[in-house]
Design a protein around this ligand. Structure first.
Ligand SMILES: *[C@@H]1O[C@H](CO)[C@@H](O)[C@H](O)[C@H]1NC(C)=O
Ligand SMILES: *[C@@H]1O[C@H](CO)[C@@H](O)[C@H](O)[C@H]1NC(C)=O
Ligand SMILES: *[C@@H]1O[C@H](CO)[C@@H](O)[C@H](O)[C@H]1NC(C)=O
Ligand SMILES: *[C@@H]1O[C@H](CO)[C@@H](O)[C@H](O)[C@H]1NC(C)=O
Length: 217
């Protein structure tokens, strides 16, 4: 094939692409959001047209093939649950989404996310703290999020921060689900407790929970 002919073929292909793809603008702000290893893709509508449907694909970093996110084909909502597709925390993933409109048989180009790592990009949610007075002292019960526990199979610790009157803070480390009893506290005194979930295997931790307070008898 001579060079001129090749050029003509390329141009024709390009023209086809342009007509097929430029009819709809691609979705915007395509990004993963991840809490406790629950991963979802979010995007913004390219126009306010009511006919828009979205199609989501994902792939593992380093692999060639894009795979269809089976539960997110032809959807109207602007998010897709990719927890199942991106469940291996050690992998890196990409996702992409495009808009289509059946009424005008038009499609947008794909809009791609940045590279996503469940392990590094997820946010750990803070645990819940419950305080209770017993004869021995203040019983602290801390529970990490159930979703997180299921994902990391109990491989979490909790740091418990106890603020004494006057502001001095003490830190205890306990396994999730176990209780800590604070003893030798001053009577008729208010103590406040915060907690933080740690996933040692992934070197990650949550923000501190809001403070729970209790006044001793
Ligand atoms: C949709 O967008 C058009 C053009 O930008 C605008 O004129 C119209 O008010 C919008 N409609 C709604 C419901 O936002
Ligand atoms: C993804 O879905 C599209 C449209 O339904 C189909 O043409 C394509 O072959 C699918 N790709 C894979 C890898 O299954
Ligand atoms: C997302 O998908 C996962 C795995 O397929 C499922 O366990 C989870 O309940 C789904 N989350 C929501 C909010 O639908
Ligand atoms: C506090 O602890 C006691 C003894 O373990 C228990 O009977 C009681 O139900 C607890 N109260 C609350 C509010 O959890």
């Amino acid at each position: 094939m001579n060079r001129l002919l090749l050029g003509a073929v390329l141009l024709e292909k390009l023209a086809l692409c342009v007509t097929a793809q430029e009819m709809l603008a691609p979705p915007g702000q395509v990004k993963f959001e991840s809490i406790d290893y629950k991963n979802s893709l979010h995007w913004a509508a390219p126009t306010n047209s009511s006919c828009l449907q979205y199609h989501v694909q994902y792939k593992i970093y380093g692999e060639l093939d894009w795979l269809n996110a089976s539960n997110c084909q032809g959807i109207h909502r602007h998010h897709c649950n990719l927890s199942g597709a991106t469940s291996d925390v050690r992998e890196w993933y990409y996702a992409r989404v495009r808009a289509s409109c059946v009424a005008t048989s038009s499609k947008s180009a794909w809009a791609m996310s940045r590279r996503f790592s469940p392990r590094w990009d997820t946010k750990i949610s803070p645990p819940t703290v419950k305080l209770n007075l017993s004869k021995q002292g203040v019983v602290v019960q801390v529970k990490a999020s159930r979703v997180l526990m299921r994902k990391v199979h109990n491989g979490v610790d909790n740091n418990i921060y106890v603020v004494h009157p006057g502001g001095k803070e003490e830190v205890y480390e306990v396994a999730s689900g176990s209780r800590l009893t604070l003893t030798e506290l001053k009577p008729r005194t208010r103590y406040c407790v915060q907690a933080q979930t740690v996933v040692p295997r992934h070197m990650k931790s949550s923000d501190r929970s809001t403070a729970e307070c209790i006044t001793t008898d």
